[in-house]
Design a protein around this ligand. Structure first.
Ligand code: GLC
Length: 561
């Protein structure tokens, strides 16, 4: 018994040492890990806050906004790649995994950010670009230098099928053949994304060792985990079988429509994930996976047998429901609740149009932004926010080809406008450039910044920001929202999504009106008879076991008998 107590104490102490927080333990009384209760916030470093007046955000800028994030209710920030990079894909082309791009600052700036974040109980998660490096990475420069170079086999080199013909029909996600001929050695190299992003050869154990070491290097520097970029694409069929063409015609890049059957989602991916997880576990770290799954069986494979792979594979099946459909959300939430791991909910990121417009109907967008917040922040699982979502930032794509920064927008214009629209500078206040920078920002600030900005919304009790703060506060303090089970109610209602969160004798009801007309719902089918408001949008209320919801209204209440 004594030994058991000592062992438990030792485990708790080592967990505390890892994060250095006196008030936090890694595992709570219910056996939850820190990442199950944390609210994550993705920020795009180029666009968050510019401290040195060059029009591009940086690490010191992020540090200066930590108090804002703390106040909002953020427990962990995921910083999109901030490593040295030629910036062809804005950091997703890494030329040195163990440093900071001078445009974002220095390692000392990173250490300062990490220590200031730790003081506030905010953890840092970095973006690990595992599938490919930049073509300027020293590994690739050596690899392309000769067929016998030490790093030759770190990438995927093949002869063409015939002179002037790539090895097979695979096309890049970003347009054109996925093979690029390199005259120095007379072979093609493989790139699933841009030609400047050659795929690493994960079948080579040296690649695996080097990449695993990168994670250790950052864990030792205080990082609490990684978002694993594009994990589906790590392996390719060694026989290079042609992919099936799925339909006639051409996509936005002029390429055939193909099913990426032989170059994505190969089973070997899971060996790598298990290995990365073993390392992560030594540092009490979390792995968040970017994996576009099509069903729960596939999602379960990312959790791994016995949950030994990615703790938080993002549930894009939820995030891809781009309409306010109670039935579809109900179905997906139930499915993910029955999955083998802990759900991770996301409604926006740097690759997709912002949630404000995707769900918005152009008339009630502000109400709908609150509705979506109330939905994914009250579910059983971990939410991952995207910067600016909390103030109602809208997607602002370029209107002229010459303004496009994202290369896929240049290549695919006008069908594919690229991802600039969801990456515009954070709107801090009404001042010039929305307070983001004293210089002209790298992407223009959306015109809405005069009304949608942090400073103004802080002062307006009805703002989207104030609503996010209220729901996040609730989520951190209410046991039913943190740990309760998810119990759907009124499952045949076509307009209102409603559910209970129940933890021991505490229960919360969440009712979300996904329609533009007033709705009434009841929770009479539960054993509860009254609900005390915890958070709600204007004109939504409860009386007895009934809830009245204004158009797109929200009511969250503590249930009583
Ligand atoms: C991921 C990133 C995306 C990037 C791509 C290539 O999908 O989210 O922004 O372009 O990987 O690294």
């Amino acid at each position: 018994m004594k030994f058991k107590c000592l062992l438990i104490a030792a485990i708790i102490c080592s967990a505390l040492a890892t994060f250095g927080q006196s008030a936090k333990t890694a595992i709570d009384a219910e056996g939850h890990q820190w990442w199950q209760h944390a609210v994550f916030y993705e920020l795009y470093p180029r666009s968050f806050e510019d401290s040195n007046g060059d029009g591009v955000g940086d690490l010191r800028g992020i540090t200066s906004k930590l108090d804002y994030l703390k106040e909002l209710g953020v427990d962990a920030i995921w910083i999109s790649p901030c490593f040295p990079s030629p910036q062809v894909d804005f950091g997703y082309d890494v030329s040195d995994y163990e440093n900071i791009d001078p445009m974002y600052g220095t390692l000392a700036d990173f250490d300062n950010l990490a220590s200031e974040a730790k003081k506030r109980g905010i953890r840092i998660v970095l973006d690990f670009v595992v599938n490919h490096t930049s073509d300027q990475h020293p590994w690739f420069l050596d690899s392309k230098s000769s067929r016998t170079a030490a790093h030759r086999d770190w990438y995927i080199w093949r002869d063409g099928k015939r002179p002037q013909q790539p090895p097979n029909n695979w096309v890049s996600l970003f347009g054109g053949s996925a093979w690029k001929f390199d005259a120095t050695t007379g072979q093609y190299y493989y790139h699933y994304f841009y030609p400047q992003q050659p795929d690493l050869n994960w079948r080579n154990p040296a690649v695996k060792d080097a990449m695993f070491d990168v994670t250790r290097w950052w864990y030792k520097r205080g990082v609490s985990g990684f978002r694993l970029d594009a994990v589906e694409t790590l392996f390719e069929d060694p026989a290079l079988t042609d992919n099936p063409v799925t339909q006639p015609g051409k996509n936005a890049f002029g390429d055939p429509f193909e099913q990426d059957k032989y170059n994505t989602k190969l089973p070997e991916v899971h060996d790598v994930l298990r290995g990365l997880r073993q390392v992560a576990d030594q540092y009490n770290a979390v792995l968040i996976g970017e994996a576009y799954t099509s069903d729960i069986a596939e999602l379960n494979r990312y959790y791994g047998a016995g949950n030994n792979e990615v703790q938080l594979p993002m549930d894009f099946m939820f995030g891809m429901i781009d309409k306010l459909s109670p039935a579809e959300f109900r179905k997906q939430i139930a499915a993910v609740n029955a999955s083998s791991g802990w759900p991770a909910f996301v409604i926006g990121n740097h690759d997709r149009a912002r949630s404000y417009d995707r769900y918005g109907d152009s008339v009630h967008n502000d109400q709908i932004a609150k509705l979506m917040a109330a939905l994914y922040l009250t579910l059983r699982g971990t939410p991952i926010m995207y910067y600016g979502e909390e103030i109602g930032m809208k997607t602002t794509p370029p209107t002229r080809k010459e303004d496009v920064k994202d290369p896929i927008g240049v290549k695919g214009w006008p069908q594919e406008k690229g991802r600039d629209g969801e990456r515009t500078p954070m709107q801090w206040d009404e001042s010039v450039n929305a307070g983001f920078s004293t210089a002209t920002p790298w992407l223009p600030v959306p015109s809405t910044y005069k009304t949608y900005n942090v400073a103004d919304e802080e002062k307006d009790p009805q703002s989207i920001l104030k609503f996010y703060e209220a729901v996040l506060k609730l989520r951190h303090s209410n046991r039913a929202l943190l740990d309760g089970s998810y119990v759907p109610i009124n499952e045949d209602n076509a307009n209102v999504l409603s559910y209970l969160r129940i933890y021991k004798d505490e229960a919360v009801v969440v009712a979300l009106n996904m329609s533009g007309t007033t709705q009434k719902v009841s929770f009479a089918q539960s054993k509860y008879s009254s609900a005390t408001k915890l958070a709600a949008t204007e004109q939504s209320s409860s009386a007895g076991d009934k809830i009245t919801l204004s158009p797109f209204g929200v009511f969250i209440g503590r249930l009583g008998r």
